[in-house]
Design a protein around this ligand. Structure first.
Ligand code: NAD
Length: 480
C-alpha cells in the first residue's frame, strides 16, 4: 500500500502537495542497483566523474527558474531560493577541484627498510545514503551528494518530507546526464524511509536535528557503517566592550534572523559586556524594528514564514516559557498568522538566563536573547555552557583582540568580527563539536576525502624477502 505524505505550504498553511514515500522494497532495490553500477563509475578517472558533475551543473542551470519556483513554494523565500541554486553551481566547480587533487598521482614513499616502499589507492564507499533537512532543501540535499559522487560512490538521496516540491526537477536534471543517472537515485519519504536507507547503505551522511542524528548514529553503529552527522546548534555571539557596536548589532541581527532563523549556524544567544549591553540592545532593537515580513508579497521584506509547522510550536513554547520565567520582550514576540502562514518579527529578549529553554535548546527561529557578562572568563563560560558546538562569533575592536576569546570557544567554527562566515566560505575545513555532529569535515578538501578509504600497497623491491626468525630456521624465501 503506497504511503502518501501531505505537504503544507508555509505561506498558506494548507497542504497543497503530496509525495509517496518509497517503500522498503523500493529502497532495497535502489541500493542494489546503485551498488551494481558503482564499480564502473568508480573505475573511471576522476576527470570523467567531474565532467558528469559539471554536466549536471549545466542541467541545473537550464532548470534554474523551475527549481527556484519550487523552492520558493517549499520555503516561502524568494532570493534565498535563488541563492541556494546558485551556491550549488559554484560548489560543484569547487568540489571538482578537491576531487581532482584527492586523486593526484603520488610517488611511492620510503619506509625504514630501503627495499620497501608504500603507495596505495583510494577506495570509495560503494553506496552512500544522504538524508537532508528542510531549511535549505536543495543545497543541503547536494552538499554531501556531490563530493560523494566525485569520490566514486553511488548516492541514494532523500530530501526532507517538509520541503520536497523540488524533487521532480532535481530528478529531471539527473536524468539529463546519462552517466550520473545510474549512480544517483533520489527518493521521496520521511523518517521511516530514512531509517531503511541507513540499513542498506555503506555510509550515511545525515543533516538534521541532534535527536534524529543520535538515532541515525545508533542505526549506523548497528549496521557497522560510518555516519557523518551534521546536526543542530545554539550558536553564541560574544560582544566585548571594545567592539564596534553598530557593526556588531547589524551583523547579529542578520545572523539571528536571516531565513527566519532557520539556519543551523544562526546566532541564538548573545553575550554582551555589561558596560555596553544597554547601548548594544538599543541599537539592535532599533534595527530589528526596521525589518519587514515577506508578506503580503513574497518579494516584500526580509522575514519569510516559519516553514515547518512543528517549529512554530517550538518557538512559541520557548518564548512563553522565557517570559513566564522573567524574560522581557524588547521587540517582536508575537507569532502572527497572515494568509495562513506563521510569521515572527525579529524578537529581542533581555532578562534571560540559562534556566530557560530559549538559552539551552535550539530555537530555529528569529529570536535574539541577550545576556550581560562581567569579564572574558564569564563570557567564555556562558558561551560554552551548552550541549552544542557548531559555530560561534566574537566581536572586539580588532580581529587580533577577539582571537584569544575565539580560541577558548568549544565550537567547530568561530567568525571573528562577523557572523555565520562558515556558511559563506565552504573552503574552510571544520568539524562540528560536541552534540552538533560527528565525522570528518564536509567543508574544504576533506569533503571528498571522507568518502575514500585508503588501501595501502607495501611493495618489497628486488632485495627479496629477509629471514624473519632466528638463525638456523629456514627463511621464507628458502621455504618457497
Ligand atoms: P530532522 O532531524 O527532523 O530531519 C532531518 C531528515 O531526517 C529528514 O529528511 C527526515 O525525514 C529524516 N529522518 C527523520 N527520522 C529519521 C530516522 N529515524 N532515520 C533516518 N532519517 C530520518 O531535522 P529537520 O527538522 O528536517 O532539520 C532541522 C535541523 O537540521 C536543525 O536541528 C538544524 O540545526 C539542523 N541542520 C544542521 C545543519 C548542519 O550543517 N549542521 C544544516 C542544516 C540544518
Amino acid at each position: 500500500m503506497p504511503r502518501e505524505i501531505h505537504v503544507r505550504n508555509p505561506r498558506t498553511g494548507t497542504p497543497d502537495h503530496t509525495i509517496v514515500a518509497a517503500g522498503d522494497d523500493e529502497i532495497i532495490a535502489a541500493a542494489g542497483a546503485l551498488r551494481a553500477r558503482q564499480s564502473a563509475w568508480a573505475a573511471q578517472p576522476v576527470e570523467r566523474r567531474a565532467e558528469a558533475l559539471r554536466a549536471f551543473g549545466d542541467a541545473v542551470t537550464r532548470h534554474r527558474d523551475e527549481l527556484v519556483a519550487r523552492l520558493e513554494t517549499d520555503t516561502g523565500r524568494r532570493w534565498v531560493s535563488q541563492l541556494e541554486v546558485d551556491s550549488v553551481l559554484t560548489s560543484i566547480e569547487r568540489t571538482c577541484r578537491y576531487a581532482e587533487a584527492a586523486f593526484a598521482p603520488e610517488d611511492p614513499a620510503p619506509t625504514a627498510d630501503p627495499d620497501v616502499h608504500v603507495t596505495g589507492d583510494l577506495v570509495p564507499y560503494p553506496v552512500v545514503a544522504v538524508i537532508s533537512p528542510w531549511n535549505f532543501p536543495f543545497q543541503l540535499a547536494l552538499i554531501d551528494a556531490v563530493p560523494a559522487l566525485l569520490a566514486g560512490s553511488a548516492v541514494l538521496l532523500k530530501p526532507s518530507e517538509v520541503t520536497p516540491r523540488f524533487i521532480p526537477v532535481l530528478r529531471a536534471c539527473v536524468a539529463e546526464v546519462e552517466e550520473l543517472a545510474g549512480v544517483l537515485t533520489v527518493v521521496e519519504g520521511d523518517g521511516a524511509t530514512g531509517a531503511t536507507m541507513v540499513a542498506v547503505a555503506d555510509a550515511v551522511c545525515f543533516t538534521g536535528s541532534v535527536r534524529t542524528g543520535r538515532a541515525v548514529g545508533r542505526a549506523a553503529a548497528e549496521h557497522f557503517i560510518p555516519a557523518f552527522l551534521e546536526l543542530g546548534g545554539k550558536d553564541p555571539a560574544i560582544v566585548t566592550a571594545s567592539a564596534d557596536l553598530d557593526a556588531a548589532s547589524s551583523a547579529i541581527l542578520w545572523g539571528s534572523t536571516i531565513n527566519s532563523g532557520h539556519s543551523c549556524m544562526s546566532i541564538e544567544r548573545v553575550y554582551v559586556d555589561r558596560a555596553v549591553v544597554e547601548e548594544f540592545t538599543e541599537a539592535l532593537v532599533a534595527k530589528a524594528e526596521q525589518v519587514e515580513l515577506a508578506y503580503p508579497d513574497i518579494g516584500d521584506g526580509q522575514i519569510g514564514p516559519i516553514i515547518s509547522d512543528a517549529q512554530v510550536d517550538v518557538i512559541r513554547e520557548q518564548l512563553e516559557e522565557a517570559v513566564a520565567k522573567g524574560a522581557v520582550i524588547r521587540t517582536g514576540g508575537t507569532i502572527q498568522y497572515l494568509g495562513g502562514g506563521a510569521y515572527l518579527r525579529p524578537t529581542v529578549l533581555t532578562g534571560v538566563d540559562h534556566s530557560m529553554r530559549v538559552m539551552r535548546e535550539e530555537t530555529f527561529g528569529p529570536i535574539i536573547p541577550i545576556m550581560p557578562f562581567d569579564g572574558e572568563d564569564e563570557a567564555v563560560t556562558l558561551a560554552n555552557d551548552t550541549e552544542f558546538g557548531l559555530s560561534a562569533a566574537v566581536f572586539a575592536a580588532t580581529a587580533e583582540q577577539a582571537a584569544p576569546v575565539a580560541h577558548r570557544l568549544e565550537a567547530g567554527a568561530v567568525s571573528v568580527n562577523d557572523v555565520c562566515l562558515t556558511g559563506m566560505f565552504p573552503e574552510a575545513e571544520k568539524n562540528s563539536f560536541k552534540s552538533s555532529g560527528l565525522g570528518a569535515s564536509r567543508m574544504g578538501p576533506p569533503s571528498v576525502r571522507r568518502f575514500l578509504r585508503r588501501r595501502a600497497l607495501l611493495m618489497r623491491g628486488s632485495a627479496g624477502i629477509r629471514p624473519w626468525y632466528y638463525d638456523g630456521t629456514p627463511t621464507q624465501t628458502e621455504e618457497r
